[in-house]
Design a protein around this ligand. Sequence first.
Ligand code: M6R
Length: 610
Amino acid sequence: MCGIIGYIGSKPANEVIFDGLTRLEYRGYDSAGIAVVDKHKIHVRKDIGKLRNIRKLLLDEFESTSSIGIGHTRWATHGRPSAFNAHPHGDCHDSIMVAHNGIIENFMKLRRELAASGHTFKSETDSEVLAHLIEASYQGDLKQAVLQAVKSVEGAYAIAVIHKDHPDKIICARKESPLIVGLGKGENFVASDVTAILQYTRQVVYLDNFEGAEVSREGIKFFNADGNDVEKKSVQIDWNPVAAEKGGFSHFMLKEIFEQPQVIRNTIGGRTSEEEGKIYLEELKLTGPDIYRTQRIVMVACGTAYYAGCVGKYLLESLVRIPVECDLASEFRYRSPLVDANTLVIAISQSGETADTLAAVKEARKRGAKVLGIVNAKESSLTREVDGLVYIHAGPEIGVASTKAYIAMLTALTLLALMLGKIRSVLTPEYVQEKIRELKILPQQIERVLDRKDAIRDIAATCLDARSFLYLGRGFNYPTALEGALKLKEISYIHAEAYAAGEMKHGPIALIDHEMPVMAIVTESDVYDKTISNLKEVQARSGRLLAIATEGDHEITSLTEHVIEVPRVSDIFSPIINVVPLQLFAYYVADLRGLDVDQPRNLAKSVTVE
Ligand code: M6R
């Protein structure tokens, strides 16, 4: 998804901006551009393609060493990927340049009106209207012109604006799209994402909706929608810039898979007391009455976060005995959902910026439900829309395919279920004690799975020509099958479908033949025997069976072509461990097929449009 960086200081702006843009690459983009102010002139260069291919234009042969400018990576929504649709966008005379994230919903109307009053458009984008609106309002004061312009806009925006006659400031503003200001010494930054500026500063201010900032070399003035000054507090980002680099791994995705043992430790760190059999989730902010009053829980999320929610359903129903529904956020928001003050809505998101999830949360709150966020990105938009929070502490996730955030979401949901189960007297302190103990050894057990990476790679190598996969699981591991299939299709581009194993005979069994690999998650559980029966149905039709099974399971080896063994864990923890070999399998299939694992085609890391 689009990324913004702005710089004002003493270094060549295009160098700082180009560097920042490369750190935003993980968000997914199709074109990029940079604009700077130099001697009352704007210099703008932009093109379609990856930064490494347009480096000459934006960096090596950039004609100005000006120290103020803005840059953008674009992920096409309105208008195809092209040089003229790339940002920054200018007004009629290229006096003003705007980098924009978000969507201007009423841009057709605005564009018609602006065109009728003589403005000429150069792109097909919604964003360009912003530059013309600012031009129309400009009377020498850039901040006032920006404030005036955004008044006519419906939709979401995070913008950074420069003007040829104001070499001393960048004006930025936001509504519904994230934007931060980074504080340096004699230099300051604007960015859509901390990753872009972490190598320069860790001191940042998060803008809220309808806020803006006038960013100069000497300092920053924050203002509200009326243009009045507002006081903002900066926060120190504890993410290490090195954590945002690959650290010796060939891809971010592989690095993030290997970080998972540590991620689990971070997610549970300081939140459990083994002696007392207690879980502490400080930011939860649910009162005793809130917890007792809850009659129903609804999970809302998208993609991998949604599958984490599906595991959450199994966890909460078995450990808290409250009915749980899982809803895709994009469906929930438009179907007049039945939620009320006795419903707890749990919104799950790595980025905290997913447009559908944010909208679902607003809808739930409008209907009186309490909303709890399970979120990775600190201070993200979602964290400000919810009544309570559980941070998952996965650290920056750069690979577009989510891995460590999923594991952290499952860990956080397990903590939540144990805590609520104990408070509602469904679980005994002894049970919780035992589960805390087991949870603490999970990281070592995952390390054992990671040690099998070469064997998993060899199995992956036998599947490179498959045209389609079927993933099967039951109970706690039906969502694991869904997540495994999603991982494979999003990075290897091989079609993969997941089914609850018991449902296979009701249709998908027709697909099975000797060419169709079937990946079964069949670790020890109450539904083990049932799953084995389903796998025999595959075997009887000459299907190619691959399985994730518990160490020492001899029965499964007689059925399958390949088995990936995982350590024995309680059923409630099995989704956390079983997904790891599926992540590695998907990774190696994609890598061996020579694909861009970290930035798969058509995908964006943070989906901030509907
Ligand atoms: O940031 P979020 O967790 O809200 O993102 C939700 C989905 O867009 C995300 O999980 C997506 O499905 C990933 N590509 C999965 O790997």
